[in-house]
Design a protein around this ligand. Structure first.
Ligand code: UGA
Length: 411
């Protein structure tokens, strides 16, 4: 594939690191992936992929010869460019940069003088600057915008590529890697690039929290459906129809962590982004609101069997981190309900092996994740109290005396 292959290192083999490694190997580059988790590395070496992400298995196995995995940083010795894609959890609401900084330290001991470090992990503004002094190399901020469930597609066809660099040549190297995407490239300062990531996720979270508030108002208006309202709002091009699906709220490994980290970071600067705070607070109320709605419909839930359909934080992933569905399960248990749950990919102790089994004998059902296989099951739910928290059912096929849906007003 031409003469522009770059020897690439990837540190951290989670969603972002693995997908980045697989896609770049597929573009003809030699890629070495390093992770401190020995079991993960061993699994990858024998072709077992530790996460469920559509298309990732195939992409990794098709590019086997160009992909190497190790727990040993010294295998990155020849890398010209090393991506850092380790996790950046929040602890007490504040971002923990320890993994990023220790990766930077390790890289400084193995990389060649001219090698460039590119940060893919989500980090607060100023981190690239810190990494530059720790790694003692050129550092580029190259934030990632992929979504779980469509990670490969998003990496091949991103809406934009953001590159924040201190030096033009280091930025050029990273830019050249992503030129195949054809996406617009924004060359920014490192701090700008880092901020773009938080501003993007905060804005998206805000958009969902906003439509959820409109949904709450719809529920109090006869015959009002938030889906129709959202569609009409979204046709204004300044708003856009995407990310306006009302539901139980946003979860996952990114929005909750990033909005919190951003608020804490801004507070340190003496700023308080009130819209972001409101988005977070509104979202935190969603699971409780859902349980209350179910109780108003079905009566007290103590001792009664309730089935939760969907556990993953969204469809097409087995990821339950900060999943609203899991919070609904917890609240139902706290109310004393006998909870059973089913998800096509994610499992907990209370899981059944099919939706039919889950629904059987349950008096009430909550749809908490919009998996495709929950569409068209109106017949299966006959005679149960149903709360459609993700708008997968056709209200016209449901008995209004037993049915509520987020953002759907009743007479
Ligand atoms: C999100 C962003 O969309 C990515 O651009 C970003 O790269 C990623 O975080 C990250 O920072 O790594 P992801 O967490 O995979 O991606 O999932 P989304 O598809 O954004 O969904 C997040 C949550 O919002 C889910 O719980 C989903 O159910 C909810 N959501 C989303 C809604 O309730 N309504 C919508 O209209 C859209």
């Amino acid at each position: 594939q031409g003469c522009n292959e770059v020897r690439i290192g990837v540190v951290g083999l989670g969603y972002v690191g693995l997908v980045t490694a697989a896609v770049l190997a597929d573009r003809g580059h030699d890629v070495v992936g390093v992770d401190v988790d020995g079991r993960k590395v061993e699994a990858l070496k024998v072709g077992r992929v530790p996460i469920f992400e559509p298309g990732l298995d195939d992409l990794l196995s098709e590019n086997e010869e160009r992909l190497h995995f190790s727990t040993d940083y010294s295998s990155l010795r020849d890398a010209e460019l090393a991506f850092v894609a380790v996790s950046t959890p929040t602890v007490d609401g504040k971002i923990k940069l320890d993994y990023v900084l220790s990766a930077a330290r390790s890289l400084s001991t193995v990389l060649g003088r001219d090698a460039v470090v590119a940060i893919k992990s989500t980090v607060v503004p100023g981190t690239a600057r810190r990494v530059r002094s720790v790694a003692d190399r050129e550092v580029v901020s190259n934030p990632e915008f992929l979504k779980e469930g469509s990670a490969i597609h998003d990496t091949l066809r991103p809406d934009r590529v953001v590159i924040g660099s201190f030096s033009a040549s280091a930025g050029d190297l990273v830019e050249s890697l992503w030129s195949f995407t054809g996406a617009p490239v924004l060359r920014l300062t490192p701090e700008e690039a880092e901020l773009v990531k938080y501003a993007s996720n905060s804005f998206l979270a805000l958009k969902v929290s906003f439509i959820n508030e409109i949904a709450d108002v719809c529920e109090r208006l006869p015959g009002c459906d938030v889906n129709r309202v959202a569609r009409a709002i979204g046709l204004d091009r300044r708003i856009s129809p995407h990310f306006l699906n009302a539901g139980l709220g946003w979860g996952g490994s990114c929005f909750p962590k990033d909005t919190r980290a951003f608020l804490a970071f801004a507070a340190q600067l003496g700023e308080e982004p009130k819209t972001v705070r409101a988005a977070v607070e509104g979202n935190e109320e969603r699971p409780r609101r859902a349980v209350r709605t179910l109780e108003r419909l079905a009566g007290p839930l103590r001792g009664r069997k309730v089935c939760v359909l969907g556990l993953a934080f969204k469809p097409n992933t087995d990821d339950t981190r900060e999943s609203v569905a899991m919070k609904v399960v917890e609240l139902l248990l706290r109310e004393g309900a006998r909870v059973v749950a089913y998800d096509p990919k994610a499992r907990i102790d209370l899981s059944t092996s099919s939706k039919e089994e889950c629904v059987r004998e349950a008096e009430a059902v909550v749809i908490a994740t919009e998996w495709d296989e929950f569409r068209g099951i109106e017949g299966l739910l006959k005679g149960k109290y149903v709360l459609d928290g993700r708008r997968v059912l056709d209200p016209a096929l449901m008995d209004p005396r037993f049915f509520r849906a987020v953002g759907l007003g009743v007479e």
